[in-house]
Design a binder for this molecule. Structure first.
Ligand SMILES: Nc1ncnc2c1ncn2[C@@H]1O[C@H](COP(=O)(O)OP(=O)(O)O)[C@@H](O)[C@H]1O
Ligand SMILES: [Mg+2]
Length: 276
């Protein structure tokens, strides 16, 4: 039964959707609707998603309702979601640039909306400095829907929280450049070496990042990486089997150490590519 209106029930026997880790095995589609566990902030998030649409941003699902058993219904966004091993189209410069411009459009709409200070927004992946708008915070490949090779929608706003726009750009960069040392990148993105400094510039240009934000971005990427590591560590510590398995498969904490060292070592190269 829906508690705030919307479509009738559908059993969890709908098509199981794969992609995410937090709600693995718990996201279902039936026709034009998705049924998934509702985040703690669902009432505020649903209001935000509706307001984004009113402000002309149509690159996000629309909420349809919440159920008494703690789930939510959203519109299904037709298209392609890139999952590892990533297909070549997901690694093109045009795909990357489309993520940058969609993120800019999201932030433009989001900046026009007040952030409700009474909401206990999740801290998991949030900008520790806070900021003026509600960031998505998790612009990873499994949270972006593409059509014809171009990003058309962000999904899964569960970890949205107030932050600086550059924080969201840094989070997107981690996955879409990707900001990984060559060994880690090759394991996840088998299509061949990707030129991280050059692609970082593509993302910054497509987003329209200011000179000051460009100067900040490499260090903010290091901060987002540390926060993402903490996020994984918390889930592993609480015994989450999906996070434990993926951590082990990808090389454990050694990999996270290697990524952080690579980011710091190449900071000046990234800054030069962004500002030259
Ligand atoms: N509204 C939606 N429209 C299209 N696809 C969706 C939608 N919601 C979820 N999906 C698909 O289901 C997958 C998992 O959903 P998601 O809600 O992101 O799970 P998690 O919270 O575990 O990350 C996504 O990667 C995507 O492929
Ligand atoms: Mg997701």
């Amino acid at each position: 039964m829906t508690v705030d209106g919307g479509a009738p029930d559908f059993p969890h026997g709908g098509e199981a959707l794969v992609g995410g880790m937090v709600n693995a095995g718990a996201v279902f589609r039936q026709g034009s609707l998705v049924d998934r566990p509702a985040p703690r902030t669902a009432p505020a998030l649903h209001a935000h998603l509706r307001a984004l649409r009113r402000h002309g941003f149509d690159g996000a699902p629309l909420p349809v309702g919440r159920t008494a058993d703690g789930r939510e219904r959203l519109t299904f966004v037709p298209g392609d979601v890139a999952l590892p091993p990533f297909p070549p189209w997901a690694l093109t410069d045009s795909a990357l640039a489309s993520v940058g411009s969609l993120l800019r459009d999201l932030h433009a709409a989001s900046a026009a909306l007040p952030v409700d200070p009474c909401v206990d927004w999740p801290r998991d992946l949030a900008d520790p400095e806070g900021g003026p708008l509600l960031c998505h915070n998790d612009v990873c490949p499994d949270n972006v829907v593409f059509r014809d090779g171009h990003a058309t929608a962000f999904i899964d706003f569960d970890l949205a929280a107030p932050g600086r726009p550059v924080w969201d750009v840094a989070m997107a960069a981690r996955y879409w450049i990707p900001m990984l040392d060559p060994e880690s990148a090759a394991a996840l993105y088998p299509g061949g070496a990707l030129d991280a400094p050059r692609r970082l510039r593509v993302l910054a240009d497509s987003y329209g990042l200011s000179a000051q934000e460009r100067a900040e971005l490499p260090e903010v990427i290091e901060q987002t990486t540390a926060i993402c590591r903490d996020f994984v560590a918390a889930r592993v510590a609480e015994g989450d089997s999906v996070y434990r398995r993926v951590l082990a498969e990808r090389g454990g904490w050694t990999r996270w150490d290697r990524i952080q060292t690579w980011l710091t070592t190449h900071r000046a190269t990234f800054t030069a590519a962004l500002l030259c």
